[in-house]
Design a protein around this ligand. Structure first.
Ligand code: KG4
Ligand code: ZN
Length: 346
């Protein structure tokens, strides 16, 4: 039964949590969204500086919220890959320093493994194997979860991540950053069938047969062309219909691939992770399709879908329980395939 202090600073949230196995004792998330909004996206240097300013305070708050002190902590974890290196280094360096000072084991965690573990926080009785649909600002993956630290990527995006597509289309429609929640809100007032849009035909792309891969750059271009055409016809753009049609297309595409993948591999549970898992249309489509095919879909609550440290702590507690710890020489990596997670442990 490991209790872990976990730090997550891979992008624009400074997050700290204390987790006992699959139970969250405290979870602090200090978002930088307001700061990055003025630039229309995350500025890496600005993100790193704010992590430095916030991390000590967030650690103190996590202890206070959990009413615990250092004696209760069995290990200290931090996200070490993938992400913005300057941002990752803040949490990683803090965690390694604290591990050294307090003589506790250190556990480096892969950010995507963290997103997978958000489902264990939601459903503590969940056990592998299951399929995880991970849809965030940087990733769109279908991951076969075999055991702690053992994953196989069965599908991924060939170009933009789903969240990236939401953010880019939102910018195009002048809806601000982050785009996903803005499109989701506006889409409730629009007709999802107003404009038929292409789902992205990956089978026509090079590189063999990858039935579960997706592609969103063609869809983004289609929205751009359609917007330009509509602007020529009228100076009042049907923004809600465009948002709803775009969202519907992404949700349909992701649902189709996730369901096909789960059925082909005989997996009966699909767990959703990443910021785009908050999307209402995706949730609706997946729920309906899962009922049709007799599959179980797990949706973590929104606070665990977007970046947080509780999911990192949950993954770290599992690794620590299995005797996996990381060397204090572990560095930050901007990229690391989830299949290679076990490289992080000694
Ligand atoms: O997982 P996350 O918090 O950060 C990483 O990228 O790791 O995901 C952020 C992404 C952004 O692209 C944001 O636009 C998208 O998740 N997002 C949404 C929604 N809420 C957040 N996309 C669609 N619908 C939403 N409701
Ligand atoms: Zn994330």
């Amino acid at each position: 039964m490991a209790t872990v202090l976990a730090l997550e600073t891979s992008c624009d949230e400074t997050a700290v949590a204390i987790v006992k196995n699959r139970q969250v004792l405290s979870s602090i998330v200090s978002s930088q969204i307001d700061i990055h909004q003025q630039y229309g996206g995350v500025v890496p240097e600005v993100a790193s500086r704010h992590h430095v300013e916030m991390i000590n305070l967030a650690i103190a708050q996590a202890f206070q919220e959990a009413s615990l002190d250092w004696s209760a902590i069995d290990g200290i974890a931090a996200t070490c890959a993938p992400g913005l290196v300057g941002a990752l280094l803040v949490g990683l360096t803090a965690a390694k320093t604290l591990a050294l000072v307090h003589q506790k084991p250190f556990i480096g965690i892969h950010h995507l493994e963290g997103h997978i573990y958000a489902s264990y926080l939601t459903e503590p009785s969940l056990e592998p194997p299951f399929l995880c649909l991970l849809v965030s600002g940087g990733h769109t993956s279908l991951i076969y979860v075999k055991a702690c630290g053992h994953y196989e990527t069965l599908g991924q995006t060939r170009d933009d991540a789903a969240g990236e597509a939401f953010d880019k289309v939102a910018r195009l429609l002048d809806l601000g950053y982050p785009g996903g929640p803005a499109i989701d809100r506006l889409a409730t007032q629009g007709n999802p069938q107003a404009f038929p849009l292409p789902e992205g035909n990956v089978s026509r792309l090079e590189g063999g047969h990858h039935p579960y891969d997706s592609s969103f750059s063609g869809l983004k271009t289609a929205v751009l062309r359609l917007t330009q055409k509509l602007q020529q016809e009228s100076n009042q753009l049907p923004v809600a219909d465009l948002a709803a049609s775009f969202q519907e297309t992404v949700a349909r595409s992701l649902t189709r691939r996730a369901i096909a993948c789960a059925r082909d591999y005989g997996l009966t549970t699909i767990a959703i992770g990443g910021g785009v898992a908050a999307n209402s249309s995706l949730r609706r489509h997946l729920q309906t399709a899962a009922e049709t095919h007799n599959l179980r879909v797990l949706f973590p609550p929104l606070k665990f879908c977007t970046d947080n440290a509780a999911m990192i702590g949950c993954a770290a507690a599992d690794h620590l329980n299995q005797g996996h710890t990381s060397p204090l020489t572990l560095g930050a990596q901007s990229r690391l395939a989830i299949a290679n997670v076990m490289q992080l442990y000694q």
